[in-house]
Design a protein around this ligand. Sequence first.
Ligand code: 5MM
Length: 339
Amino acid sequence: MTIQDELQETIAGLIDGQRGILAADESTGTIAKRFSSVGVESNEENRRNYRAALLSSEGLGEFVSGVILFEETLGQSDPTGAPLAQVAASQKIIPGIKVDKGKGLLPGGSGDMITYGLDGLADRLQEYKKQGARFAKWREVYPVTLHNPTELGLHANAEMLARYAAICQSEGVVPIVEPEVLMDGAHSIGRSAEANEQVWHSVFHALHKHGVILELILLKPSMVTPGSESSRAEPQQVAEYTLRSLRRTVPAAVPSINFLSGGQAAEEATANLNALNQLSGAPWQLSFSYGRALQQPALAVWRGQSENTVAAQSALVKRAHLNHLAMLGQYQENLEPKA
Ligand code: 5MM
């Protein structure tokens, strides 16, 4: 099989018009915050038990085609000794891996950020493939202020995403390209649209320069929403702004756009995805790659107690099902579980 065939096979397994991606790739610091919100200590055993429970949720594979894992999880096994990547694969969920090494301030970037981790990436990808990973994910993070993102930040972050994507494709690993424009702040939805358009435009320019094959990537962007300190926008408005900005900047060759949830409530992320899919005519599949918006209800039920595992798994599958319906534009608020 050629590398191109290998990439195509992974893309075909991830994109079927019905399913999305579960982001379970929280780094050690982030999962500690998530656990502490429900009173659970973040140690290796708890992280393994939690993620093993997520991946073995009965029926999850009907609504989820891929899972993004953190490096630690890729090396872990469930209590029966089955590697967690295999647990996912046995439900027809393709294992993927977060390969960036976190972020910091971009020197000279006036508050812009930059992500680390390109050194040795090709070697790491070869190891991850041996452990079962078929796709990868890299996130660049863009704060929005009156001055950010700057020209320097746009350029530097786009170069990182493009170099990462080119390395992944040369190793036969499908890259998810994740430029996250943060919701933090009091900016308007119009300002969010402007920032996202600048980001997407610069990212696709860099992907083109680096020879990345657009048919063999997935884009994981933010939705265009007002800042979290502004008043909320209705799903219809989010969908209109998001689609308009995507159409202006994202080539139709990209097969799927899998949104991040970025701090939206679970119901909100589902309603917004539904509105996006109800506005017909997009050239890309519009799907999800949610972390918090899929996991939060399950985590709140689990609370580190093994007797809550089955209920937590049901909460996860319920959210995944509702987001599957949102992909079809068939979600309705009255399908939400009663409080
Ligand atoms: C933006 O975060 C990604 C999507 O999750 P949400 O739907 O919750 O926004 C997520 O995949 C993120 O990249 C990982 O959790 C890793 O984050 P950290 O901050 O730990 O690198």
